[in-house]
Design a protein around this ligand. Structure first.
Ligand code: FRU
Length: 492
């Protein structure tokens, strides 16, 4: 083991002990200590789900990337394992960037990641060279391959840039390993490249799966490519997006392309949409569970909003709740994994509550809850003007979900959550309209809120760092409406 890795392992073990359980999310994976970004190597290996993550243990800020590591049997209860990779080799000394994992024929686990090497040009300016590297291990300890990198710039097709070439996602199909990576072309546009290998160590360039053609941002990061419900899905996280209505927002975004593969083996796009319509969601990866469900986890954070944070916490960054995903009528559907039900505590149900101003309901409160609210106009010919759920509320600080039934727009808002930074605190999303009827399912886990609208037609996520004692919930209406609510307390 290298000195760097040994140092990280010693440090995180010590540091983790100093973090009180209640100062972390209950179900959402957070770093063992320090900084976390993208999910990496999300995979099933020897009966357990493995999650690695972009990790800098020593500070709550991004630094030379390591891979943190945790395992779970149900994707909700995570157990930390020692840091898996450190930037300790000549080809990755400036970072082990994002990647993925798979089980090899011989039972070893293969990690595929991007090695980053900072170089200086003739003018003294720094630039990164990114290559794809592998390491093998037993689920805890990993050895980097002696012939790394396994995919370097010489394999790239004409026009592909060598500086932004990262985030390999591996899978196996009919005995052959495939991987896709993000790439920025020499003229600054995003594309996804595919490589193939018989053994996971020797790779050839196969094809360009899809080109951005200057539509969605610039560099396309963290691709995933998989079949789902008779479609072929390409997910990626573009940088530098421009807004498009309420579909895409400025900055780092997420993109789900729904398409199919034609007889010539080419990827044909049918529909493009955002993956999550909230503020904090990026770089998702998916797996197939043992029973065949496609489950996605993203980083519950956005690069442009890093100052939504608590400076008194020794960790930064968390993963989203695992989401079961489907394609229905050409659109992505996502819902929290069903295993969440195993953590249900007390359940409170109220039906047909008439709301005309503001009201709280007894025992509807908490910061670790799974709550579904359905509203409808109280009379068919009398549309209400606005519905609001106020949560994480202590009378002073609060966050909201609002629904405008005339425009069919849902807004999430953390402006009053206690943040003192001038960053994005609100986001709106267009939803399918149904005469004032809407179903809102919110998962609160201490420092986040994830909203699933109309049985998963849209998801909106955001981090909130309001004092944990702010656990009030109330409902408000402009006009008159009827509300059904079911709240499950979540506990471990
Ligand atoms: C996405 C990303 C990846 C990269 C990693 C570095 O959030 O920029 O493209 O591999 O983070 O930490």
């Amino acid at each position: 083991m290298s000195e760097l890795l040994e140092k990280a392992r010693e440090y995180e073990e010590r540091k983790e002990k100093a973090i009180e359980e209640t100062k972390r999310p209950l179900f959402h994976l957070s770093p063992r200590c320090g900084w976390m970004n993208d999910p990496n190597g999300f995979s099933l290996y020897k009966g357990e789900y493995h999650m690695f993550y972009q990790y800098y243990p020593y500070r709550t800020e991004w630094g030379p990337m390591h891979w943190g590591h945790a395992v779970s049997k149900d994707l909700l209860h995570w157990q930390y394992l020692p840091c898996a990779l450190a930037p300790d080799s000549p080809y990755d000394k400036d970072g082990c960037f994002s990647g993925s994992a798979i089980e090899l024929e011989d039972g070893r686990q293969l990690l595929v990641y991007t090695g980053v090497l900072r170089k200086q040009d003739e003018n003294g300016d720094y630039y990164d060279v990114q290559t794809q590297c592998v390491a093998t291990g037993d689920g805890v300890n990993y050895v980097k391959y002696g012939e790394n990198p396994v995919i370097a710039g010489d394999l790239l097709p004409d026009g592909a840039g060598k500086r932004d070439f990262r985030d390999p996602k591996i899978w196996k199909e009919q005995g052959v390993y495939h991987l896709v990576t993000g790439n920025k072309t020499e003229d600054g546009d995003g594309q996804i490249l595919e490589f193939v290998s018989k053994d996971g160590f020797h790779w050839d360039y196969e094809k360009t799966v899809i080109k951005n053609n200057c539509r969605f941002g610039t560099m396309w990061e963290c691709p995933d490519y998989f079949p789902l419900d008779d479609k072929q899905i390409l997910m990626t996280s573009p940088q530098d997006m421009l807004p498009e209505g309420l579909e895409f927002h400025n900055g780092n975004g997420t993109l789900c392309v729904i398409g199919s593969v034609n007889a010539e083996g080419e990827y044909v796009e049918e529909n493009c949409q955002a993956i999550d319509y909230g503020i904090d969601f990026y770089a998702p990866q998916t797996i197939l569970t043992e029973d065949g469900r496609r489950v996605m986890i993203g980083w519950l954070q956005n690069w442009d909003n890093l100052s939504i944070r608590r400076d008194d916490f020794p960790w930064f960054g968390q993963m989203s709740i695992p989401r079961e995903i489907h394609i229905q009528d050409g659109r992505l559907i996502q819902n929290p994994i069903r295993e969440l039900e195993n953590y249900y505590g007390k359940c409170i149900t109220r039906k047909g509550v008439l709301i005309s101003d503001s009201c709280s309901l007894s025992n509807i409160e908490g910061r670790c809850i799974d709550m579904t609210v359905e509203v409808r106009p109280s009379q068919a010919d009398h549309m209400y003007k606005k519905f609001e759920i106020r949560f994480a509320d202590n009378g002073k600080a609060y966050s909201t979900i609002e629904f405008d039934p005339e425009q069919n727009i849902v807004k999430i808002d953390r402006k009053h959550s206690g943040s003192r930074r001038a960053i994005v605190h609100q986001r709106r999303c267009k939803v399918s309209g149904n005469q004032g009827k809407i179903k809102l399912r919110m998962i609160l886990d201490r420092y986040s809120m994830e909203l699933f609208i109309n049985d998963g037609e849209q998801a909106m996520s955001m981090g909130i760092f309001t004092d944990i004692n702010a656990d009030g919930i109330c409902f408000k209406a402009a006009g008159e409406l009827l509300l059904d609510v079911t709240m499950h307390e979540l506990k471990k």
